[in-house]
Design a protein. Structure first.
Length: 303
């Protein structure tokens, strides 16, 4: 799983297998953008063929009674394997830019984003703490005892917690997070951001943005955990294929890497406070986000 980690891409690229197709297809989104418009909560999941974890970050209430705007900020998984109708669906969102949080090895393995004409890629790699290489190596070993030793007995979850702490302690990761937030604050056009699975790096960026504009931490956590529901069928298909291909006798060892967990998000949040004293100081001192940037962010992304 890389970081943000579409495990499918890591395992299958590393092992020379095919990445499983999403569990269910999706119709194209309407061709008319709805920038800032109110939309029903059922519209949170954005139907982009070729994805299973594409969503609108609108509709969340802030502590001062406002609401994040629909149709101006989106989070997804990798866009490197979109079919033509998936690209058409993205075009209907009216995007100005797409922030890609993947590392160079991930992009090399999975391919660059497939985006509509006129959408600018903003590359802001966040380090994966060597998970991309590690998981590929463990799966390719085909050694059940070695796989158990590396991933079993809570070791996989511990690696994930370490990954999330690294989003704070790694200066390059803080720089990428800060630059991404400044970009979202500065541009008036709809923005999309993604990593590989759209759950870890994407989840941390979404959590930071939502909390920065005043969405309660518990509400933001709910957005983060939604990845488990949306990715469940695809992740199960991956495990089934890894076992069928003879790479793992116990593919359930991958589950802690495929899922998001409250404990992972807490590792990120707690490290931010431990390193900087508070979430606000993490924003200002850790990410370089000043009050004027927060005001810009709220003006463009909250109604």
């Amino acid at each position: 799983m890389r970081n943000g980690l579409r495990i499918a891409a890591v395992v299958f690229a590393a092992a020379g297998l095919m990445t499983p197709v999403g569990a269910q297809g999706a119709p194209a989104v309407p061709s008319t953008p709805t920038h800032g418009a109110h939309r029903p909560s059922a519209a949170r999941v954005v139907p982009v063929p070729g994805t299973v974890n594409a969503r609108d970050v609108g509709g969340y209430r802030t502590v001062d009674g406002k609401t994040t705007r629909w149709g101006v900020l989106y989070r997804t998984e990798s866009l490197s394997n979109l079919p033509p109708d998936g690209v058409t669906a993205l075009a209907g969102l009216g995007l100005g830019s797409a922030i890609d949080l993947r590392t160079a090895p991930e992009i090399q393995a999975d391919g660059p984003d497939r985006l509509p004409a006129g959408v600018t890629t903003v590359p802001l790699a966040m380090d994966d703490n060597s998970l991309f290489a590690f998981i590929g190596q463990v799966v390719r070993s085909k050694d059940p005892a070695y796989q158990q030793a590396q991933l079993g007995d809570g070791k996989a979850a511990a690696r994930m917690r370490g990954l999330y702490r690294g989003f704070v302690t790694n200066p390059a990761n803080r720089a990428a997070l800060g630059t991404a937030i400044k970009h979202v604050a500065a541009t008036p056009l709809p923005v999309l951001f993604h990593c590989s699975a759209g759950k870890d790096r994407t989840g941390v960026l979404a959590d930071t943005i939502l909390r920065a504009v005043g969405v309660p931490a518990s509400t933001s956590e709910g957005d983060y955990l939604l990845s488990n529901e949306l990715r469940a069928a695809t992740d199960k298909a991956l495990r089934d294929q890894v076992k069928a291909a003879g790479y793992m006798e116990n593919p359930d060892l991958l589950i802690p890497l495929q899922r998001v967990e409250t404990a992972y998000l807490k590792a990120f949040r707690n490290q931010a406070v431990a390193s900087y004293g508070s979430f606000g100081k993490f924003l200002s001192k850790g990410l370089g986000i000043d009050a004027s940037t927060i005001l810009q962010l709220r003006t463009k992304r909250v109604m």
